[in-house]
Design a protein around this ligand. Structure first.
Ligand code: TXA
Ligand code: MG
Length: 349
């Protein structure tokens, strides 16, 4: 299949391109599009055949449910059987935006979209291209991240092209996304509500709106014997091809340990990648050092994380060492993704 790639500007959206993309989704096809978090791969959520194509293009296990994207809160009532008051409060506060909520689904949503579950994940994205596409399709849009299953999520259209070119109908290139890590997922079918995946909407922000919120214990800890409640979180996601080790400790200790590891690996002829920050990049004399962002502004770290992992893939490094980050605020999402990329391989010194 030939994939059509169209540039589109968030502030000056071309109506013709949106109409074409919308009719592809209406007709059961696949369109990759930018959201504020990562690029999504969209299809008609109520058309089981269309959802099935998503699984095929991504090579995604069929028990891993899709998030259904909507463009208005009213749509929520058309696909769920129960929307608790707390969920409506969160929708009011954080939609459109990087928050996904889990609800009891109604009979319209096929099990092929929800990975066989009776619940459905719903999100209203804030990126205007996403919203316009959903509206133009006249459908609810099922959309996982637009990467090959197991690879880091795409934060640019180039990443989508790398993984899915030739396998989908269209890619809308809206430039680099804003946030860079996927939405926060909150299960609203339990009380108190439970965070299944951390993202830019933090626990503190949710609690300020609805009171106590719990966190699925598998999010930060190693998940060898406990099964995460979001099926997708059990896979070794977001993973670069090289072995990644996170080194945690005081800044001085971490830098000197990473330098020692790098020297050792280089002496064995291995290609070494190092994930550093603005604050530390000059302190690593060896290896391929990439600056992921600034500790002063952790949003920059979230934004560049997947891109840096993909660059190391391209450069075919053998091992990667990364500094560690505080798991508070957006840091919870950064550490969750980094730990998964590392297969939970963390060295605490
Ligand atoms: O930011 C995002 O959420 C992006 C953009 C495209 O919107 N989408 C995204 O989708 O990250 P995906 O498919 O890559 O991740 C969805 C996660 C998976 O871990 C999946 O298991 C979980 O959501 N999930 C979906 N439906 C669920 C449900 N009914 N119950 C529990 N977990 C669910
Ligand atoms: Mg994904």
């Amino acid at each position: 299949m030939k994939t059509k790639i169209c540039s589109i500007e968030e502030n000056n959206i071309d109506d013709n391109i949106i109409a074409e993309a919308g009719s592809i989704i209406k007709g059961g096809g696949l369109v990759a599009f930018p959201t504020e978090t990562v690029y999504g791969l969209g299809a008609d959520a109520l058309n089981e055949k269309a959802s099935h194509k998503i699984y095929e293009a991504k090579g995604r296990p069929s028990d891993n449910p899709l998030i259904v994207h909507i463009a208005s809160v009213e749509s929520l009532h058309e696909i769920t059987s129960k929307a608790p008051d707390k969920a409506l409060k969160l929708a009011d506060r954080f939609w459109p935006g990087p928050l996904t909520m889990i609800f009891e689904k109604n009979g319209r949503v096929p099990l092929g979209t929800t990975g066989g579950l009776n619940t459905v994940a719903v999100r209203m994205p804030s990126n205007p291209i996403s919203l316009r596409l959903i509206e133009a399709s006249g459908r609810f849009v099922a959309a996982p991240s637009a990467n090959t299953s197991g690879r880091p999520s795409p934060t640019t259209a180039e990443h989508v092209i790398e993984d899915l070119s030739g396998k989908i109908d269209m890619i809308l290139d809206g430039g680099m996304v804003n946030i860079g890590v996927e939405s926060t997922i909150v299960d609203m079918t339990v009380n108190p509500a439970m965070i299944l995946r951390p993202g830019a909407i933090t626990k503190e922000m949710l609690e300020e709106a609805i009171g106590e919120v719990r966190v699925d214990s598998t999010i930060i800890k190693s998940s060898d014997n406990i099964v995460p409640k979001a099926p997708g979180m059990k896979y070794r996601h977001y993973a670069p091809r090289a072995a990644l080790t996170i080194v945690e400790g005081t800044s001085q200790e971490v830098i000197s340990r990473i330098n020692k590891f790098a020297a050792e690996q280089i002496s064995f002829d291995k290609k070494v990648g190092i994930i550093a920050t603005d604050e530390s990049r000059d302190k690593y004399p060896l290896g391929n050092v990439k600056c992921i962002g600034s500790r002063e502004n952790e949003e920059t770290i979230a934004k560049h994380l997947y891109q840096v992992l993909r660059e190391f893939d391209e450069e075919k490094v053998d091992v990667i060492y990364s500094e560690s980050f505080d798991a508070t605020g957006i840091g919870a999402a950064i550490m969750n993704r980094l730990l998964k990329a590392a297969g939970h391989h963390i060295l605490r010194i």
